[in-house]
Design a protein around this ligand. Structure first.
Ligand SMILES: [Zn+2]
Length: 334
């Protein structure tokens, strides 16, 4: 018993001695930075492959939601890169002025645009040649849009974060992208924001204000937990808090929660930086040799390359079942 008490005391002393150090390590000693990116511009629900006739002009609800997103980003004062699927601008093969105007408004707000392929192509499904053609199709829309402001496209984001199912494909795409002046925009903070957004769209459709509020209230802590998770994985793998790159989608839920999300991260000591600044961190020079289909974080890709055991990846925050059920997506999508 005495021995047990001694051990307990030693443990308490150790804990009390370690606690201030641990607190310091999590609050003060890390330079927390994050770059925000939005995929599927101009709007995720504008179909890039088979535009419906009803989507000739942008529905007023989408116009209003898009305006709210832009206002939220501008109000928060954060940099952001939006990744465009140029086929979302088309109806019947023709670019629509109101959809192009959405991208102009993005640039007018001082935000950046990047290439996300024309049709949201899946490299693993279509192969290198068709994928390259789809990137060029988007480039033909993006380049003149940026040229009017004296800029050139420089960012590319892989749809589904699928970067090639063989090392040969990856190498071929790397050369292709570099030849056309593109830098790959990796993602370190992934989430299932699109599942939450699908649930939110349903609640908006049905006019269910209580569910909308519940989704907003639970979504922001979920996103913050995701950032926290990848911050800790970064510290575990690299020894420091990497400047993170977060992927969100252009949708109503993010439009309605972005100010709260930004406030939550600022309260945790995060600063919002450009994608260019984040990628200056040397970790982003690590090779990405991941060839799987899962759109996983680059931190996990580096961890796989470093041979980390399954324990490294455990504890990833998931979405609640009620959200997945409301979204109407298969439960294995998480
Ligand atoms: Zn996408």
């Amino acid at each position: 018993m005495k021995r047990l008490l001694q051990l307990a005391c030693i443990a308490l002393i150790c804990l009390s001695a370690a606690a201030p150090v641990a607190a310091q390590a999590t609050t003060a000693s890390h330079d927390r930075r994050i770059a925000i990116t939005f995929d599927d511009l101009p709007w995720a629900s504008l179909d890039p492959t088979t535009p419906r006739p009803a989507q000739g002009t942008v529905p007023p609800r989408i116009t209003a939601e898009y305006a709210r997103l832009l206002q939220a980003i501008e109000g928060a004062g954060t940099p952001a890169v939006g990744f465009v699927n140029s086929a979302r601008l088309l109806v019947g093969g023709q670019p629509q002025a109101d959809r192009t105007a959405m991208l102009d408004a993005w640039l007018d707000a001082g935000l950046e645009l990047g290439n996300h392929t024309a049709t949201h192509a899946d490299l693993h499904a279509v192969g290198v040649q068709a994928y390259a053609d789809d990137i060029l199709a988007c480039d033909r829309v993006l380049r003149p849009l940026l040229a009017r402001r004296g800029h050139e496209p420089q960012w590319f984001r892989h749809p589904y974060l699928r970067t090639g199912h063989t090392l040969e494909d990856k190498a071929a795409m790397d050369v292709f992208l570099a030849t056309h002046g593109y830098r790959i925009a990796p993602v370190t903070v992934t989430s299932s924001d699109w599942i939450w957004a699908a649930a939110y769209a349903r609640a908006l459709d049905s006019g269910d204000a209580a569910t909308q509020a519940k989704l907003r209230a639970q979504y922001v802590p979920y996103l913050l937990r995701r950032v926290n998770y990848f911050e800790h994985r970064s510290i575990r793998l690299l020894g420091y808090a990497l400047p993170q790159v977060m992927l969100l989608h252009a949708n109503a839920l993010n439009a309605d929660t972005y100010p709260d999300f930004v406030a939550g991260l600022r309260a945790r000591g995060y600063r919002f930086v450009s994608l260019d600044e984040a990628l200056r961190d040397p970790a982003y020079r690590r090779a990405d040799e991941f060839t799987g289909a899962l759109g996983t974080s680059w931190i996990h890709r580096w961890a796989i390359a470093a041979g980390r055991s399954w324990k490294f990846y455990s504890g990833e925050p998931t979405s609640p079942k009620w959200v997945i059920d409301l979204a109407g997506v298969p439960t294995d999508s998480e």
